[in-house]
Design a protein around this ligand. Structure first.
Ligand code: FAD
Ligand code: MLT
Ligand code: ZN
Length: 491
């Protein structure tokens, strides 16, 4: 591929033939289930949404997209692909940020969007069983009608799919309250590359009977099989939700505020998010939205509380705000007075991702770091770009426009974004492996929540030992001996 001069198409993989397409047509039995550019004249633009990722950074050359509707169809497709040595890429809403969801060469895209039915919901236990392709927001609205909440929320909720959320072990905005997929997923139905259906769609909270195999699919990024359905524990929806947004003078104060929030809001705290001034300016410039506070502060935080008693929660939140302001931990703040205001405060945080791309391209790093050092990486990155002359906020000649930091402070998860005017090899070379070395020196993780995909394929060694990488290889071989599942990616 021209896009990937350092990668070579694996010649073991067969190229899709007319006979293969015929076979898939019979198997899926519907025109809507196939986008065929092998036997039909189909323009590149029709494949764009399947070949190109959300950041417009990675591009494959697939000419066949399959959209199965049932687990049996997924099984039939994979069994055939495995026998014929046809490589595949599982694809959900294609909002992934590491180039994992698009082909590298001509792999067949298996898109789960037509597997979109809720199978059951029990409003006593809160267990939802649903197909993989249900959109996250729709899953949340569905359980919302029964006074429950999907235990994951993220900026891409309108497009991403719950099966893919599991496949990426997505973290998101409320992990601090509801925990990770590894705890909330009770069961999975997965199709292995040879077509075997691993039916572990358990609704049990506790099940200590041997290795917990489903955990391998959580965060497996489509490398060992396709998740076709999930069983997940959904908590009760809180009747009282409050959001506060405040400005702070230093990162030290941000840490003090987090400590106080845990101390004073403990059981009702459902999010603690960090945004630096640069990220808020970026959001403001890209979206045109007015920022909530007058005047500039170097740091901003967004706190959400979720509880069952409005009066009690408001009282607690107000007492907390009074305390942090009188102690001069927080310089200025605002509490949402209406649903609209609550949404616009959240938009200041969730809107940063999209804003990052406003000027052209964005280099994204998603890191776990010890809290005291978390923000130093952003400062050091700015210094690095000032030193090498690649950054200028106003001058178009320079590739880097700005460096911004934000993230899930409550989970020690920093998002370092380098907003550029174009994707540029010099910028990439300056950042990688420099960022990964910085993180590794502090025993952090080079991927807190987005995964490895293609983007971080070569860097896993910065976060995992040789022994662990070898064991991962053995697991891959056990599940996918022909290597057809999402090849060229991290494993
Ligand atoms: P895709 O991008 O289509 O696929 C992601 C990966 O999963 C690929 O490797 C793919 O091969 C594999 N896959 C997809 N479906 C299946 C399946 N059924 N079985 C097996 N493998 C499968 N991520 C976070 O963790 N936290 C955030 O806060 C967050 N916020 C985001 C905000 C925005 C605006 C955007 C654009 C992205 C954000 N992301 C975040 C990243 C992304 O949304 C998540 O990784 C999400 O889980 C991907 O879902 P998707 O349906 O788009 O999957
Ligand atoms: C977020 O927290 O906003 C997401 O993980 C996406 C991003 O990093 O931009
Ligand atoms: Zn995130």
């Amino acid at each position: 591929s021209d896009s990937y001069p350092d990668l070579k198409r694996d010649s073991r993989f067969k190229k899709v033939s007319k006979e293969d397409v015929e076979h898939f047509k019979n198997l899926l039995g519907s025109e809507a289930a196939i986008l065929d550019g092998v036997t039909k004249e189909t323009g590149e633009e029709d494949f764009e949404q399947y070949n190109s990722d959300w950041m417009r950074k990675y591009r494959g050359q697939c000419r066949l997209v399959l959209k199965p509707e049932t687990t049996e169809q997924v099984s039939g497709v994979l069994k055939y692909c495995n026998e014929q040595c046809l490589a595949v890429v599982p694809q959900g809403g294609n909002s992934g940020l590491v180039g994992g969801s698009v082909p590298v060469f001509d792999e067949i895209v298996i898109n789960l969007s037509r597997m979109n039915k809720v199978r059951s919901f029990d409003d006593v236990s809160g267990v939802l069983v649903a197909d993989s392709g249900v959109i996250l927001q729709q899953a949340d609205e569905y359980v919302g009608e029964h006074n429950h909440i999907f235990p994951l929320d993220l900026g891409a909720k309108g497009t991403c799919q719950i099966g893919a959320n599991v496949a990426t072990n997505a973290g998101g905005l409320r992990l601090l309250r509801y925990g990770s997929m590894h705890g909330n997923i009770l069961g999975l139905e997965c199709v292995l590359p040879d077509g075997t259906v691993m039916d572990d769609l358990s609704k049990l909270r506790k099940n200590n009977t041997g290795y917990d195999l489903k955990q391998l699919f959580i965060g497996g990024e489509g490398t060992i099989g396709i998740i076709t359905a999930i069983s997940i524990l959904c908590p009760q929806r809180s009747s009282a939700v409050n959001v506060a947004y405040f400005g702070l003078q230093s990162y030290e104060k941000v840490m003090d505020a987090f400590k106080e929030a845990k101390k004073q809001l403990g059981e009702i705290l459902s999010a603690f998010e960090l945004m630096d001034a640069q990220s808020q300016q970026l959001y403001h410039q890209a979206s045109g939205a007015k920022l909530p506070l007058e005047g500039e502060h170097p740091f901003y935080c967004l706190i959400e509380t979720s509880g069952s008693n409005t009066e009690h929660d408001s009282e607690k939140l107000n007492a907390f705000l009074e305390h942090v302001m009188s102690e001069e931990i927080v310089a200025d703040g605002v509490v949402a007075e209406s649903e609209t205001q609550l949404q616009s405060l959240w938009a200041c945080r969730e809107g940063i991702s999209e804003a990052g791309q406003h000027w052209g391209g964005v280099y994204k790093y998603d890191l776990s770091l010890p809290l005291p050092e978390l923000y130093s990486l952003v400062e050091d990155t700015r210094k690095m770009f000032e030193g090498n002359g690649l950054m200028h906020p106003e001058d178009e000649k320079f590739p880097v426009k700005d460096v911004v930091g934000y993230g899930h402070m409550g989970d020690s998860n920093l998002h370092l974004n380098v907003a550029t005017r174009r994707y540029d090899k010099d910028v990439e070379k300056a950042l990688e492996p420099w960022v990964y070395e910085w993180v590794s020196k502090r025993q952090g993780s080079i991927s807190a929540e987005h995964g490895l995909g293609l983007a971080k394929k070569g860097f896993i060694g910065y976060s995992r030992s040789e022994t662990m990488i070898k064991l991962m290889g053995k697991i891959k071989e056990t599940f996918d001996p022909n290597g057809i599942m999402n090849p060229y990616k991290y494993i």
